[in-house]
Design a protein around this ligand. Structure first.
Ligand code: TXA
Ligand code: MG
Length: 347
């Protein structure tokens, strides 16, 4: 494949002819990266097994990790899933379009290649004009994993997609930065209690307001086996070795300063992922604030970009502060744990 075409888009009023050009590529079985409210997706026709194969190849993604299918309207669901529980109907009314992915039993029209052979399909309706209009113009649901090389941090701007995907896909629609910055929440309603397989943009608390008690897959804890195939891989990972330090803020700062000194004495280049509240507390040269501890959306929206920035700066070690697991903090901490390969220090 030749060079990947980047098309600059107006995110509020996507230009029709640009959408049409991208939709033609999807219809012909090609791949287009596009913005969503969470992260950039790497889109192909969800009904076409060969498109799914191309997606796996472009990402270097393990074959057993199923793709999320994106639709433009709740009414499109009946074409691709067998049935749905009534809780799903309530969730869709409240949270779609938005960063919530729900598992359903799939109809045969969704090929096994899209779901990695599973008889369930994960579906969501993204809250982004470009994504919705692309699905509409393509006339098919779009399968889209995050548009990063497998294992790397998800891309939240078009240049991060380009860094990983240039020469591997046909087109990138550049709609600016993604507002949420972490992926959708993946929810399984098939058991007695709704189960979060991947924490994400819709919080556990928000789901509980509608559903009552919701559990988080205990397999997401260090050393356990997660239920969702994608969660078992080292993920979101920068090249640098990464350590997450958790505990009271003062203890975190103390520990990170101590660890950084030890690493620097060994000749390592250290980057500290701090917060707005703490960034001025570190004597080191490379300190990046990921956001405001009291506004987790400022952290989620920056997280992956900061990890990629540390890599571009060539740091050997990243020391990251932990934050509260309330609200969006749960998804942020899940991504930090995985980026660090569960290298966690509690103080
Ligand atoms: O926000 C998002 O969800 C983004 C944007 C592009 O929509 N997409 C995304 O896709 O994060 P991906 O492929 O990077 O992550 C999909 C996750 C994986 O952990 C995968 O294992 C899980 O969803 N998943 C997909 N289908 C599943 C299924 N049938 N059963 C269990 N887990 C599933
Ligand atoms: Mg991903």
């Amino acid at each position: 494949m030749g060079k990947t075409k980047i098309i600059l888009m107006n995110a509020q009023h996507p230009e029709k002819e640009k959408i049409r050009e991208a939709a033609e590529i999807i219809k012909k079985g090609g791949l287009v990266a596009f913005p969503t409210e969470t992260v950039y997706g790497l889109g192909g026709n969800a009904l076409d097994e060969h498109a799914a194969e191309k997606i796996y190849a472009a990402k270097g993604r393990p074959q057993d990790n199923p793709l999320i299918v994106h639709i433009k309207a709740i009414g499109d669901l009946q074409d691709i899933v067998e049935d749905f529980p009534k809780e799903a109907g309530r969730l869709m009314e409240v949270f779609w379009p938005g960063p919530l992915t729900i598992l359903f039993r799939k109809k045969p029209v969704i090929p096994a290649g899209t779901t990695a052979g599973l008889d369930t399909v994960a579906v969501r309706m993204p809250a982004h004009r470009i994504a919705l209009e692309l699905i509409e113009a393509a006339g098919v649901p779009i399968a889209a994993p995050s548009a990063n090389l497998s294992g790397k941090p998800s891309p939240t701007c078009a240049s991060d997609v380009y860094e990983d995907m240039n020469g591997r896909i046909d087109m990138i629609l550049d709609g600016g930065p993604c507002p949420v910055g972490v992926e959708s929440t993946v929810l399984d309603l098939s058991g007695p209690v709704p189960l979060i397989l991947r924490p994400g943009g819709i919080t556990k608390e928000e789901l509980e307001n509608i559903l009552g008690p919701v559990e988080v897959d205990p397999g997401l804890l260090p050393g356990q086996k997660p239920r969702s195939p994608g969660q078992k891989y080292r993920h979101y990972a920068p090249h640098a070795r990464m350590t997450v330090v958790e505990g009271s803020v003062e203890h975190q700062i103390e520990k990170i300063i101590e660890l950084a000194k030890g690493m620097e004495n060994l000749g390592k280049r250290v980057g500290i992922m701090a917060t707005a509240q703490t960034r001025h507390r570190y004597p080191n040269t490379i300190v990046i604030s990921v956001g405001d501890r009291n506004a987790p959306l400022t952290i989620s929206s920056n997280l992956f970009a900061v990890l990629r920035k540390f890599d571009r700066m060539g740091v050997d070690e990243i020391l990251a502060e932990g934050i509260s697991k309330e609200g969006l903090g749960l998804a942020v901490m899940n991504r930090l744990y995985k980026a660090a390969g569960y290298n966690i220090i509690k103080v």
